[in-house]
Design a protein around this ligand. Structure first.
Ligand code: CMC
Length: 429
């Protein structure tokens, strides 16, 4: 079968063009429009990139209509049930599941990059105690290139992989240090006898005066959340990382930019915003009022944790997290009235014509905050949790881009300002 092409005719000039169509592994057709400006003289207009693929990628597949998410071909449900975060990190970075020896080596590599330069702790202590941890994270991660520039030849694949591993390893250490600064607690150094997620819990919550026993329920739940947040193809923060990377900027600068993009409430900041919203709703009896507000075009209020650019079906991550939230609350023996409120909100929204017709379903952030809260993680750290996990996706996508010749990302615009006018000196204006 010959490659499909799409015929475009400009009636005004009579010129025409055959545009090639490329297809992804799952057959999704994509029109290649690069030649439009030079042949027909047109740019394309697509604010928010709702119809535009910015790259080809072999890392993550989403079918938003069917609610499918796969990392390197493996369904998220299988990885969530059988894998662990570090194995998933290896898979995303390299493309394949590791053998036992490869996993041990990867574990070793990540473990032995968990320390951060002591001056970074000094840097963190310079922030005011009530600084938002995402603000600290963006600053501290941006500064990493000032500390780790020993091997930063980005033409060298070994240097690139080292930078990627350093970032995955150091992100939890930095995150915990930011939290402890806020709490006024002394630094807890990474304990390398623990696994990735246990080590993070230890760095967050251990205090010098008491023994700290890691709760296996907490470690398992957090590891699951890390798996589910690890990558999500070309979302806003990942696209930011790729765009910054396309300029040749160093990977630490790229990831710092990704952290800033993630913080927005329309993206990773939604997990914090969901709990704020549930608090504001306060009681099941108020749900109807808030649903009405979310539907009112004149009210900026939106149901946080609802809706997604790509999923027009239940977000598969949300189904897994919803079930995990029940388990965690039960196993920890905690009852959270916010869980009842969230369920009632979901029930009403899923029956409401507005949400049904717009295909608005709960997303990954709807239930994650309830688990974080049950684990004792403060609200201001929720988006930081997302950042720890998504670092794996950011660096995997950055590595993929660095390994492929990529032009600088440089969108065009439709200029809508004044036409040419003459400058008038201030005294005659
Ligand atoms: N509550 C009420 N109405 C909504 C919502 C919502 N949460 N989300 C979308 N809509 C409406 C929106 O007003 C629009 O209506 P209309 O067609 O009448 O103008 C329609 O649904 C389509 O929405 P959109 O804003 O054009 O869709 P989008 O793809 O640009 O936005 C979104 C996606 C996630 C930004 C949006 O759904 C939203 O703001 N959700 C709340 C924030 C949130 O939960 N974000 C986390 C996303 S998942 C994790 C992540 O990406 O980090």
């Amino acid at each position: 079968m010959s490659d499909p092409r799409v015929y475009i005719k400009d009636e005004s000039s009579g010129k025409s063009l055959d545009l090639p169509v490329i297809r992804g592994t799952e057959g999704e057709p994509t029109l290649v429009i690069k030649s439009l400006p030079s042949t027909l003289g047109y740019f394309t207009y697509d604010p928010g990139f709702t119809a535009t693929a910015s790259c080809t990628s072999s890392i993550t597949f989403i079918d938003g209509g069917k609610g499918i998410l796969r990392y390197r071909g493996y369904p998220i449900e299988q990885l969530a049930a059988g894998s662990n975060f570090l194995e998933v990190a290896y898979l995303l970075l390299t493309g394949e599941l590791p053998s036992g020896d490869e996993l041990d080596e990867f574990h070793h590599d990540i473990t032995y990059h968990t320390m951060i330069h002591e001056k970074l702790n000094t840097f963190i202590s310079g922030f005011h105690y009530d600084a938002h941890p995402m603000a600290m994270m963006a600053g501290v991660v941006g500064s990493l290139s000032a500390f780790y520039h020993d091997k930063m030849d980005m033409e060298n694949p070994e240097h690139r992989m080292l930078a990627a591993k350093r970032m995955i390893a150091k992100m939890p250490t930095i995150a915990a240090a930011c939290y402890r600064h806020h709490m006024g607690w002394p630094t807890a150094y990474p304990k390398n006898t623990l696994n990735f997620t246990e080590r993070f819990l230890h760095m967050m919550f251990s205090v010098p005066s008491e023994p700290y026993d890691i709760n296996p329920v907490a470690a398992k739940a957090l590891d699951l959340l890390f798996i589910l947040h690890a990558d999500h193809e070309q979302n806003a923060s990942t696209s930011t990382v790729r765009l910054v990377g396309s300029t040749g900027a160093n990977p630490y600068a790229c990831v710092a930019a990704g952290i800033s993009a993630l913080w927005g409430p329309a993206h990773g900041g939604a997990n914090e915003a969901v709990l704020k919203m549930l608090d504001e709703i306060g009681d099941v009896s108020n749900v109807g009022k808030f649903i009405d507000r979310a539907k009112d075009k004149n009210d900026p209020f939106r149901l946080m944790g609802f809706g997604h650019r790509v999923y027009k079906n239940y977000d598969p991550r949300a189904s897994i997290i919803r079930a995990a939230a029940y388990e965690v609350l039960e196993e920890l023996g905690t009852r959270d009235p916010l869980m009842d409120l969230a369920m009632e909100l979901e029930r009403i929204a899923l029956e409401d014509e507005y949400f049904v017709s717009k295909k608005l379903y709960p997303n990954v952030d709807f239930y994650s905050g309830i688990i974080y809260k049950a684990l004792g993680i403060p609200r201001s750290m929720f988006t930081v949790m997302f950042a720890i996990a998504r670092t794996v996706g950011w660096v995997s996508q950055w590595l993929e881009q660095e390994g492929t010749p990529t032009p600088i990302g440089r969108p065009r615009q439709v200029y809508s300002g004044p036409g040419e006018r003459q400058y008038v000196p201030v005294e005659t204006r």
